[in-house]
Write a protein that binds this ligand. Sequence first.
Ligand code: CA2
Length: 164
Amino acid sequence: MNPKIMILNGPNLNLLGVRQPHIYGYDTLADIEKRLRARARSHELAIDMRQSNHEGELVTWIQEARTTCAGIIINPAAYTHTSVAILDALLACEFPVIELHLSNPHKREEFRHRSFVTFAAKGVIAGFGAHGYELALDAMAQLIADQRTPAKPAQKAKTMRAAK
Ligand code: CA2
């Protein structure tokens, strides 16, 4: 069975493509999910994409993912900037977490510059609109492939020497 990636979307992202397209674009979450399914297949991954307007529901889904998934991609939306509960749930996960934003929060109001979720994230993708979801899935596929075939010690030393 292909490893499953949970893709979580926080509050108001159900309005994607419907309101404020100048900020968040014209794609709906359903459009994004359709593209992601095709891309996941090409990486031999499965996806489980969900959206909630409720912090506790997101926490419950993160806990569920701990036993059913190989990674989480999360756009926590406004909870990015407020939720210690989501951070703590993500810190309890032993697999890779990727934080994702459609916009670049650092180009926006100051209150969007702080992310709690970042403390649990392997990396952050922001500012590429809906395409960011595909970039995040590609990055997740690479992380999972690396876990399956870790570099051999000799190969690793060579890579490290080359990087110096
Ligand atoms: O850029 C992102 O992806 C954000 O996570 C989006 C959040 C915002 O609070 C973060 O600072 C950055 C807002 C999501 C609201 O989504 C809407 C989509 C369409 C219409 C209205 C809201």
